[in-house]
Design a protein around this ligand. Sequence first.
Ligand code: NCD
Ligand code: ZN
Length: 352
Amino acid sequence: MDKLTITKPDDWHVHLRDGELLGDALRHTARQFARAVVMPNLSPPVTTVAAAKAYAQRIMQACKLLEPSEIGHFEPLMTLYLTDNTPPDEIEKAKAAGIVGVKLYPAGATTNSAAGVTNIALCDATLAKMAQIGVPLLVHGEVTSAQIDLFDREAVFIEEILHPLRLRHPKLRVVFEHITTEQAVEYVMNADTQQLGKIAATITAHHLLYNRNAIFQGGIRPHYYCLPVLKREHHRQALLKAATGDSERFFLGTDSAPHVTRSKEQACGCAGCFTAAQALELYAKAFDSVGKLQQLEAFASFRGPDFYGLARNTEQVVLEKKPQEVPHQYAFGAEYITPLNAGQTLEWTFLG
Ligand code: NCD
Ligand code: ZN
């Protein structure tokens, strides 16, 4: 197969940042995707509907400043950042404003999560409201306890937080974001959605393509460091099988998380891989590696909108099997970002 034509995809998990960085993050996502679920971990975080509406306006404004030839029609799907104090009332307002989900960041789990949830039990009234009126909970699924090994934090989260939470709120719909382990694949694949709410998971391209060795290949490779961190090869294999399989519970979320090169290449570097500029090429590489390109459209373009109850896109895009060299850097505000795979050759090229 030399050309792949698919329904235009959406990114169900992305970081677009804000201020002078917004346009430079957005241009890459808006080139490949019709819609994107925009994560609320700004500083300060997007904790109210008013803040989410204002952020959506800044995104639309930034869209207008981009070259029309550079991007297609783009729609941001907004989220709220859950805190210990998010009132149930705010959920009612969120639903009315078309906010697609509320994001749980356990406090201290990742970039800009300091204002996140310290104890999920504090959120029970708010979660009950979400379950009642149908606002999904999007979860960063890692415990934060220093006693738990970094590589075990997702598996422990399932047992200690996620499953008890679904039992307490049997109607709550959940998206387990950027899953990285076979335990998460198994949990989502086998989850009871008759008695309990629907559950799905997003999977990044980098977790489909790399295992944890990539972070240490011949030296320390900060651009391969993200949270949840890359895991062992058998976990990657489980993710690849889930993404390319027939379950409608797994769909595309790049978790593209740009940080300026200077703050990645540091004694204490930031977590996040920037993949938005070659997102579909990277997913195509992963699917092609197991001869499952024919499954890419369902993963990238159908299962996400189906889960969220939104219409599928109608436009089409084309990927061609034509080599491209990934640039070493892209402009990012007054500085630069380094894409994952900088300087490498990818086999596929997104034509639009
Ligand atoms: C994200 C970021 O930089 O905002 N970083 C990351 O490593 N994925 C936050 C997140 O999604 O955890
Ligand atoms: Zn993220």
